[in-house]
Design a protein around this ligand. Sequence first.
Ligand SMILES: Cc1ncc(COP(=O)(O)O)c(C=O)c1O
Length: 458
Amino acid sequence: MERPNSVASRDIAYHLHPYTNLKRQESEGPLVISEGKGVHVFDESGKEYIEGMAGLWCTSLGFGEERLIEAATRQMRRLSFYHGFNQKAHDVAGALAERLVEMMPVPMSKAFFGNSGSEANDTAVKIVWYYNNALGRPRKKKIIARMRGYHGVTVATASLTGLAANHRDFDLPIANVRHADCPHHWRYAHPGESEAQFADRLAESLDQQIQREDPDTVAAFIAEPVMGAGGVIVPPATYFAKIQAVLRKYDVLLIADEVICGFCRTGAMFGSETFGLAPDIVTVAKALSSAYLPISATIVSEPIYRVLVAQSEKLGVFAHGFTYGGHPVSCAVALETLNIYRERDVLGHVRAVAPLLQDGLRRFADHPLVGEVRGVGLLGAIEFVRDKRTKAPFPPQDSAAALVQTRCQEHGLILRALGDSIAFCPPLVITAAEIEDMLRRFGTGLAQAATEIARREA
Ligand SMILES: Cc1ncc(COP(=O)(O)O)c(C=O)c1O
């Protein structure tokens, strides 16, 4: 067999890609990214792009941050690996756990470390099951997630994810997972229904769903404060207050998936603060280390922790943990990331520049292809429609969002098409001038895509 020589041909020959149309990857090959600096990345040919998605909603401090590189190098020299199994510890995991617990939006007790958002949510599910077994409630096991929510790809978390592609032909969802309504007012509200009325209806629908299932079988509700991969869905202002009243009524725990929203993204340290969530369990990943190394955490309340203690005493062990969970090098990078957020007042910066992104995106609201512009903080999306009046979408094979994504990429802007929407989630350190540049490149890509669509539809 001939040895592939270019990066792309070797990649096609040997690399099974995540979240990719594998046939198209074979025929077209990948975009190979070679370097990154600040909010920019560069491909093999040296072409520069604005990373409008912070990679996968994660490189919050941008690329090439020397302090994170040094933190990793220092820690690797000092202690390259240790773990927390069997009563072992190292100083960095403890220090990071303390910082995380202290910064939580509601009082919390302990942080458990994993390596990905999926592992953090999978851990949350296992903790909820273990907790209810310990309390002598073996039937109280169902987890309610939401249509269009995204919580990962492991067997349990892909089941929680409310997107058909994650279930189809993977034999998911597993038992004990249910899905509630998606809180997208623009798409799902009845004619004339206000945001408050829509939130009332969704809370009532959740109440009925729990009653139908039998409250003694419903253990937890998991939610992203703002849905990310489902299309950047910002809930109505009163939604979470109404949902939480229902959860309290039936003694159902709340898991806040802060994997995207955590660490300043929505204009508060956590999305739970922006939208008034008081969770029992919080999961974080991505911006926890600015994605310089893999790390995630599942943070639990004191009442939950006390039950885990009692049950592990009874069983002899809390038999859950990942070899690389709380890896000292990842923890050191995460601690330095949190230091940088504080020292550089990244939250203040996000609050200062977020209106430029939100107002800038809303400048496209009158465009004939644009159905809705939505977002909060440095998170946004534009949803395209074939018919502005009826909100009729394009057929999936003629997705406007996918075409806009391609044209923007040609004009040096990496964005992500999610169904009919195109998402924006730039590094948190993006400057005002870079936001303008991003919007300008988007405008060029959109105009070109719109011309092609008009020609196609004519
Ligand atoms: C809200 C949310 N939860 C969980 C995950 C899963 O994280 P990971 O891909 O690190 O497993 C993601 C990933 O995008 C996410 O956006």
